[in-house]
Design a protein. Structure first.
Length: 303
């Protein structure tokens, strides 16, 4: 089955994220390695490295990804922003390498009104520069996260992500993190089974299903095709349970890491509830997506 978990805070120390993911019995984790809203960031210290690796082993060595800073925009029309973004992304990659984190999730960025073609070309050039500059991070893959398409953001369409991968000199180190809220509000309706199948066929055609390495599981406050990114708890938004069931019962993703990015308090109760709902959708049944018969009834009707 899919490996379910959540994005966790690193307040008090990077290694404490593992204590938090244990509380919700998660088997996949996403973190920020440094403050996601600041340019300046220190490298990983030897003590941080030691504590993080030990806590990871104690958790069971389940999959971990880092998410990059929200400030990074390799597609920006402003050279100053692009230059700072290249440096910041290089440092993100080096921090991941120091912690043995194999995946760095990255928003493709915004073209700033210049159009997607200009933005994509700038993005590829600067992405390659960052990857080339991170000398000790050759084992870290960047996962491009699909976007909702809000404003001038790049990556709402599968074809744009495919362009980045095909034109980068480091294409073998690029993959995709698929966010369900972004997917839905970008206009991909994966709630009915035929819609889900069509969505995955388009993904495979434009990107390649083998590039799909990580998932963000978020319901959506906004409607299909709204191009607005607002996360909601699982089953309480406009996606509903059936879309998540289609994904969770797809045999191609049975061993894939999938993390929540939904709102929560310090007690993590919301994560516990959301994960319980998702696990119920994965409960063994007589049939899977490939079976005939009724494939629309959810195995979970609420929280």
């Amino acid at each position: 089955m899919a490996l379910l978990g959540a994005h966790m805070s690193v307040a008090g120390g990077l290694h404490l994220a593992f204590a938090r993911i244990k509380k919700v019995e998660g088997k996949a984790l996403q973190i920020f390695t440094r403050n996601q809203r600041q340019w300046a960031a220190s490298p990983i210290s030897p003590e941080e490295q030691r504590l993080f690796r030990a806590a990871w082993r104690d958790w069971g060595n389940w999959p971990v990804a880092a998410h990059n800073s929200y400030l990074i925009n390799l597609a920006s029309p402003a050279k100053e922003v692009r230059d700072k973004s290249v440096i910041a992304l290089t440092e993100e990659l080096e921090r991941c390498a120091a912690l043995d984190i194999p995946f760095l999730v990255m928003h493709p960025g915004s073209h700033g009104g210049d159009g997607s073609k200009a933005g994509l070309e700038r993005l590829v050039k600067n992405l390659d520069q960052a990857l080339a500059g991170a000398k000790n991070a050759g084992q870290v893959s960047i996962l491009l996260e699909n976007t909702a398409g809000q404003g001038n953001s790049i990556g709402a369409d599968f074809a744009e992500i495919g362009f980045i991968i095909r034109h980068s000199s480091f294409g073998k180190r690029l993959g995709v993190c698929l966010d369900t809220c972004h997917l839905f509000t970008a206009g991909y309706d994966f709630r009915p089974l035929n819609g889900y199948q069509k969505t995955m066929e388009e993904f495979d055609r434009d990107i390649g299903i083998d590039r799909l390495r990580f998932f963000h599981l978020n319901d959506s406050i906004k409607d299909l095709g709204s191009r607005v990114d607002r996360h909601e708890h699982i089953g309480r938004g406009t996606i509903g349970l059936e879309g998540f069931k289609n994904l969770l019962t797809d045999p191609r993703f049975f061993n894939s890491p999938m993390t929540l990015e939904t709102p929560k308090g310090r007690d993590l109760l919301e994560d516990k509830v959301n994960l319980r709902v998702l696990r119920a959708l994965m409960a063994p049944k007589e049939q899977t997506l490939g079976d005939k018969g009724d494939q629309t009834k959810s195995s979970c009707t609420g929280q």
